[in-house]
Design a protein. Structure first.
Length: 188
């Protein structure tokens, strides 16, 4: 089916960048401040957080309809959170292979099949360029987890329907996890 033509608002950038300066950089992010002319013609600043890695999430599902969640303390929100296995995909690494790696590191699970579920999700497009790909892992075999030194993880196996309910009732708040679980719920 043919897509309708794009409107001028969809194809013309109304922002003008006058200058840009780096405010901070580390191995994972770069923060920059741009001097801009906004769509209304006024001058101002726009702060952008650029992510150096692509975010990747993976929902493991076994033959009995169970999944695994990872629990950890999230520093920025000062709360313990349950999430699907997730991590950063450095430039040059295939996102599907990153999903396999993160699944093994965080849960000890090896998957024979990795299928795309959601690709190119914009996680906070008003302040960051961060995008995320989410996969479903099947054909699972249990092995040994090997979390990174920055991770103190608890792993929970539960019915996928219960994980979906946790996303619906607010016990899971991580956006990637909520999006992935609700997409699976809609697929039935």
């Amino acid at each position: 089916m043919a897509q309708p033509p794009l409107s001028p608002l969809e194809t013309t950038n109304p922002w003008t960048t006058l200058s840009s300066r780096e405010g901070y950089s580390n191995p994972w992010i770069r923060v920059r401040e741009d001097q801009v002319i906004n769509p209304g013609g006024g001058r101002g600043i726009y702060g952008v957080v650029e992510y150096k890695n692509r975010a990747v999430g993976v929902v493991p599902i076994d033959e009995e309809g169970h999944t695994w969640l990872v629990g950890q303390w999230r520093y920025c929100h000062e709360q313990y959170e349950w999430e699907i296995p997730e991590g950063g995909c450095p430039p040059g690494e295939d996102p599907a292979e990153c999903a396999r790696r993160e699944l093994l590191e965080e849960t000890g699970l090896r998957a024979t099949t990795i299928e795309p579920l959601l690709l190119g999700i914009q996680l906070s497009n008003s302040t960051t360029n961060e995008v995320c790909d989410v996969f479903v892992a099947k054909g699972l075999r249990q092995g040994e987890a090997a979390p990174e030194e920055t991770e103190q993880l608890d792993v929970k196996k539960l019915p996928l329907t219960e994980a979906i309910q946790m996303a619906l009732d607010g016990r899971i708040r991580d956006s990637v996890s909520v999006l992935a679980l609700l997409r699976l719920a809609l697929q039935g």
